[in-house]
Design a protein around this ligand. Sequence first.
Ligand code: ACM
Length: 517
Amino acid sequence: MRTLFSILAVAACAAWGQEAAVIPRPVSVTSGTGVFHWKPGMKLAVDAGSAQAGRVLEAGLNLKAEATAAKPAAGIRVTVDPALAVPSGEGYTLDVTPSLISIRGKGPAGAFYGAQTLLQLMPSGQASEVRAVRIKDYPRFVWRGLMLDTARHFLPKPAVLKFIDLAAMQKMNVVQLHLTDDQGWRIEIRKYPLLTGVGSMRKQTLIGHEEKPKGFDGKPHGGFYSQADIAEMVQYARERFVELVPEIEMPGHAQAALAAYPELGNTSQKLEVFTQWGVNPNVFNVEERTILFLQDVLTEVMQMFPGKFIHVGGDEVPLDQWKASPAAQARMKQLGLTKEVQLHGYLMRRMDQFLTQHGRRMVGWDEILEGGVDQSATVMSWRGNKGGIEAAKMGHDVVMAPTTHTYFDYYQTKSPSEPLAIGGFLPLETVYGFEPVPPELTAEQGKHVLGTQGQAWSEYMPVASHMEYMLFPRLTALAEVAWTPAARKNYADFQKRLPVMEQRWKAMGVNYHPSQK
Ligand code: ACM
């Protein structure tokens, strides 16, 4: 059986012509002569810098790695070579000859990505046959992201770990965790225990679409990550060269926090954790003590998440409560502000300064431009490309995450049998066609585009398997957008390579969308 599988894999490569079925498509693939055959007695040798690559090959090929700097004459060898002629530490080469497979990473991440490529060339899950080839590869963008909304529906920790694996398999390197929203607060903050004590549980959830609700389900829904859970997720991600970016929403999408600490709000109304979807008016006030509260939260968040970027939300902030609140009006006067949107800008700048002082970088959704933020802030452009273009022209770094190409809560086919989704229509081919650097930018401005990110907003994805259905294969198309040089993209070719991913998803029990081709 194993041999048959291997023969099929080699035959499949041959049937697809010259190129190996690798996703995202590598920068360059040159076929060689002959076929490598794994034989008993061969070694998987990894050097000190390639430990993570070794681990992924052990698990993915059912082998035992040997830590050694020595070069085996035959087998698989993984090394890190800082002198490798590729532009980043994430780059690698993979040489397959009839006797030896050699993976060289410019850095440990490159070795890891070379290993991921090899796993795609041996998709049966066993060391097997591979046609001779030379691959040279490195990413187009440094931010190749996936956002998981853990607030609308709690994603249990094992599901988060699986999504980290699924992202890393396709060479994605950022997983943003949307940890707080109106419907739930999902991260333990020791100084403010009611955030999870009250804010992590809602009493029920709307049934049906927000625009045509069919009542409530009457079932409490909740959950949160302890600080120990976060430590485990951070470590897991680090071993896979994924940076976890936490997102703490402010000043909007704050109702779960306001249910826990009403004094952070603008009205005397008693709030509960929100049980419906959509934008609601309950936002944080911008009193000094609220700013200090938010900075306390960020202090613990920075202790938990060692990465550079901290996301502070900033999207969808109705200004009505600040307009109506005498305290907010007095605060504006005290700060010399004339418009409520400037209060939003004031809050965001305070957070940016705080994070910058601590050696981090603030990210926010594109609304942060409206209140005015410093150039240090990174802008995530979701309402089309417009915010990203404006921001890049102003010298901000940007991540392109427009609804039109990266919102995986949209329908993926027109079939009436698709499960209820938020709306919209985003088929696989449209995702694949995304170009993250808008033509409006000059080459210099275009350098501010760090990359792109797919969004899994979970209002209509109650469980992880449903999220898998919405993400795969669309996220895979986005992975190729984020990694592969634009000139190497080809949708028909991508579709031919997809079955190799599907084979691996099947083995991992991933509920991918089967008819997206
Ligand atoms: C967003 O979709 N509100 C960022």
